[in-house]
Design a protein around this ligand. Structure first.
Ligand SMILES: CC(C)(COP(=O)(O)OP(=O)(O)OC[C@H]1O[C@@H](n2cnc3c(N)ncnc32)[C@H](O)[C@@H]1OP(=O)(O)O)[C@@H](O)C(=O)NCCC(=O)NCCS
Length: 166
């Protein structure tokens, strides 16, 4: 499996992966519209990664520009893997690639909203444990953060604007 940056031509396939990963019924999952908006406002090209099986995009992850005060930080997500590829290490590969890419471009802080059991393996901890407060205290330990080598950054995280419109 090859991981590389997402290219504009990949977008229909990327949105399909997100749709299929999150769909629970006939309605379009909110993650599809969110990602489209992030492409217009907030996404970080270096942190928009696809996982390929041959020519097929099997997984996708996006990082977008958020802030702690006026310091840039990265909001991760959506992360999505096609249902038939789940449980085969694609999500893990995308997450490790994203953390490495973020280190390489000198990002200082990554945050996400997700299952602590899953994201703990990449080094994420509850935001409150590493000095990062959630924009929504109701998210509890689902709001997680990873301080990178150029960190730490401490304070309350603010997501890119499209997240406010959810
Ligand atoms: C969550 C997701 C991205 C994981 O990707 P994946 O390629 O299936 O995961 P991997 O194969 O790399 O890792 C599998 C491991 O993750 C665990 N895992 C997968 N989804 C999980 C979840 N929601 N909560 C806790 N653990 C989870 C599996 O139990 C497995 O654990 P193990 O290694 O201890 O056996 C993928 O299942 C997916 O797209 N799900 C639907 C969309 C979603 O929920 N996205 C994440 C929220 S933004």
């Amino acid at each position: 499996m090859l991981l590389r940056r997402e290219l504009p031509a990949d977008r229909p396939a990327v949105l399909r992966v997100i749709h299929d990963a999150f769909a629970t019924d006939d309605t379009v999952p909110i993650e599809v519209g969110l990602t489209e908006k992030l492409f217009d406002d907030g996404y970080i090209p270096e942190l928009s990664l696809v996982a390929l099986d041959g020519d097929l995009i099997a997984g996708y992850v996006i990082g977008s520009r958020g802030f702690v005060g006026d310091i840039g930080a990265v909001g991760i997500g959506p992360l999505a893997v096609l249902p038939e590829y789940q449980g085969r290490g694609v999500g893990t590969a995308l997450m490790f690639a994203l953390v490495g890419a973020a280190e390489a471009v000198h990002e200082r802080l990554l945050v996400l909203l997700g299952e602590p059991d899953y994201y703990g393996r990449f080094g994420f901890r509850a935001g409150s444990q590493v000095g990062v407060e959630s924009p929504n205290p109701g998210w509890g330990t689902y709001f997680q953060a990873l301080q990178l080598s150029d960190g730490p950054v401490n304070g309350t995280f603010r997501y890119a604007k499209p997240f406010d419109e959810l």
